[in-house]
Ligand binder design. Structure first.
Ligand SMILES: [Zn+2]
Ligand SMILES: [Zn+2]
Length: 314
């Protein structure tokens, strides 16, 4: 992990998430509250009334209002998709496939397998041996590849990225794309709000008469500062996640530094991207997957992940 500016900032956001854990579902109300205040400042107080100004100002106001509503729709759609999508749990009695599929790469008989499970259950951490089958002693079950136990959710989560209170959910295999879209649209929307309120913000420091009640002026000021802060924080977070997706790594895997010297899930930038966003371009910018991608790509189910040797063999 490179310790550049935005990445450090992103880690701070991550810690902030952890610190706010106790607030639980109140976070949804907080997110909606921020959206509500921004809506009031942009639509009700400033650009709605500007529609009637005439000329170029009306056109500009119309453009801002259309963009604001489109981005808001996509943002809320992505947000509630992260909140309400199960990040992925381990099916009961899950077992790794130990047949001819991996037979050549990892020779393993049923007896080896049983002994291995027994060792894991007795607490001998045999993670270094071959095969690398991991066991969760809290859930008392085997762990599929890239699965991690979340102490907040109290269960194992498939390809767990992190637990974030902003979405009151774990971010894992089945909702990571939605989370990334939520970050993306939050960045675009907060940037739009910041830019569109910038002239109004500047006006506070000029010696001119500003129209509006003290209430709307205060809301405009607060919304500008709030959205600027969010745009910068989310940008840091977004840059970090784009670099993680490009290397097919989760936040946890990057944090554990398991990915050096060579990460077996790294299939090349384009394929790594498809492992999260699906291969169908029409679905890249919305929190959905095509039926065909869901059928064709095991990574989207969260239990199996193609590795570099798999692809080379094809
Ligand atoms: Zn567990
Ligand atoms: Zn969790």
């Amino acid at each position: 992990m490179h310790r550049s500016g935005p990445v450090v900032m992103a880690w701070n956001v991550f810690k902030f998430c952890t610190a706010l854990r106790a607030f639980g579902s109140l976070m949804i109300l907080l997110v909606l509250g921020i959206v509500g205040v921004s809506y009031y400042a942009v639509v009700v107080a400033n650009y709605g009334p500007a529609l009637g100004a005439g000329g170029i100002d009306s056109l500009l106001a119309l453009a801002v209002l259309i963009l604001f509503h489109v981005l808001l729709g996509l943002l809320l759609w992505s947000y509630f998709s992260v909140v309400f999508t199960d990040p992925g749990s381990v099916p009961p009695n899950w077992k790794p496939t130990i047949d001819e599929e991996i037979g050549e790469n990892a020779p393993l008989t049923n007896l080896d397998f049983s002994n291995h499970i027994l060792n894991l259950q007795q607490g001998h951490l045999a993670e270094t041996g071959n095969p690398t089958i991991r066991y969760c002693r809290k859930c008392n079950q085997l762990k599929p590849p890239r699965c991690h136990h979340c102490s907040v959710c109290g269960r194992c989560v498939l390809k767990m990225d992190h637990h974030c209170v902003w979405v009151v959910n774990c971010v894992g295999a089945l909702n990571y794309k939605f989370f990334l879209l939520f970050l993306f649209y939050t960045f675009l929307e907060t940037t739009l709000v910041t830019l569109s309120l910038f002239p109004h913000f500047i006006a506070f420091f000029k010696d001119v008469e500003i129209p509006g009640t003290p209430g709307t002026l205060a809301t405009t000021f607060l919304t500008f500062v709030l959205n600027l802060a969010f745009a910068l924080s989310v940008l840091g977070f977004l840059i970090m996640h784009v670099s993680l997706v490009a290397k097919n790594t989760t936040t946890i895997e990057a944090y554990e530094k398991k990915t050096t010297p060579r990460w077996k899930y790294d299939l090349g930038r384009k394929k790594n991207f498809e492992q999260v966003f699906g291969a169908d371009k029409r679905y890249w910018f919305i929190p959905l997957y095509s039926e065909e991608d869901l059928r064709r790509m095991p990574a989207l189910q969260g239990l199996e992940y193609p590795t570099k040797p798999d692809l080379d063999a094809q």
